[in-house]
Design a protein around this ligand. Sequence first.
Ligand code: TYD
Ligand code: MG
Length: 481
Amino acid sequence: MAKSTLSFVCQNCGAAYNRWQGKCESCGEWNTLAEEDTSGSVPVSIRSKRKGRTFALESLSGKSPDAPRLSSGMTELDRVTGGGFVRGSVLLVGGDPGIGKSTLLTQATSLLARAGHRVVYISGEEAVAQVRLRAERLGLSDAPVQLAAETSVEDIVSTLSEGAVPRLIVIDSIQTMWTDTVESAPGTVTQVRASAQALIRFAKKTGAAIILVGHVTKDGQIAGPRVVEHMVDAVMSFEGEGSQQFRILRAVKNRFGPTDEIGVFEMTGLGLREVTNPSELFLSERDLGTPGTAVFAGIEGTRPVLVELQALVAPTSLGTPRRAVVGWDPSRLSMVLAVLEAHCGVKLSGHDVYLNVAGGLRIHEPAADLAVAAALVSSLVNAQLPTDGVYFGEISLSGVVRPVAQTPARLKEAAKLGFQRAVLPESARGEPGGDAGLSLNAVNSLTTLVAEIAARGSRRGESSPPAEKNATPARFRRGEG
Ligand code: TYD
Ligand code: MG
């Protein structure tokens, strides 16, 4: 008999304590400790007596017999996985409930099954009828996906060990799986970890690729998929704003590919549609002619993505002004605000500041600093920025605009979408291939940019520039008759 070891395990991060406490010292979450049996699945007697066997050591330059990757048939998904699913690899797809994980995986498995691969979809959350209903809605009922509603890992492994090895197995979701080898309730950290371990062992042994779905929950009641992140080969997060139809698949960890790539999808009535040109999508609902908006020429992985930043700066009625950000790092915003105050004489301490990245995208690049600053100042002085311009550049604490990587790619994308000018760091001017036919406004310090925008503000009213309207790229002109 295995010795039963009870301990208190944090359901958020998996840290174990031998007595209960209100706060997890490891991750800082409150009320996340639950009592669990953490004894391993292997009895102590076997563990200590087992004699090690010898194994062959191999060289790095071996050849694997099969094509290592299985392309899903969805370009955006392949981009994020690094070119398809790797044999014997385990991938975790995390995301809020209702974001579209099951939809994405139903589509991907159907495409693979249609291409003649053995693909299995195990649903632990929904009944077979529900999964069928979704497939019907997506027009994929005819795809020969092997479907089951099961939650016992042992049963799943025995069933899948029969017949040909499946190329891809989807487990939706890992939180609903349970194994007899541990005694904790399904959904607890110990169960999630043990179930994931068993499935990973199966993948490595047979060469089947496995996708685990994991719900991200903030309240810590259900074990977050964080506890399995270090065990799997790749972690992908499926993100999006609830109210928006755009969904972004982002690689958080990937042993077989890059981690900064994103795949962009649009949720439609007929499932997820791949968006091959995200810039066009993020700019499609641009609010032209409003002060406080600037277009940022960013890079997501290897792909340039243009996105609109919207700022609202308004006098505050509160003692401490409000700062609210959607889609960007709040501390980065604080830094840009501090630099504007300290070096450019822009007083913002009496103003509420709101910043939003259009389309539900999350930007991680510091290169967005310049576009954020431009949008903020534009809103403050109530001066519209040129609608045919893009902005990028990192701002240092001293107010200097610093160079960023991949300038030519950013400019090329902007030119492709009909933009005519770019505001960018001084040093980027000399980059090879930097000139993509745009008029470049290289700024050395943030002060220069602020002065330019402020000048536009004071010129407003005297002569509203009709020429500017004509300069708007044709495809973004909306409601202008
Ligand atoms: P789902 O894939 O079930 O989300 P998850 O598995 O991440 O919990 O998708 C849930 C939402 O997607 C649901 O609110 C309905 C919506 N949806 C569509 O808009 N169109 C569709 O074709 C499908 C299948 C779902
Ligand atoms: Mg689901």
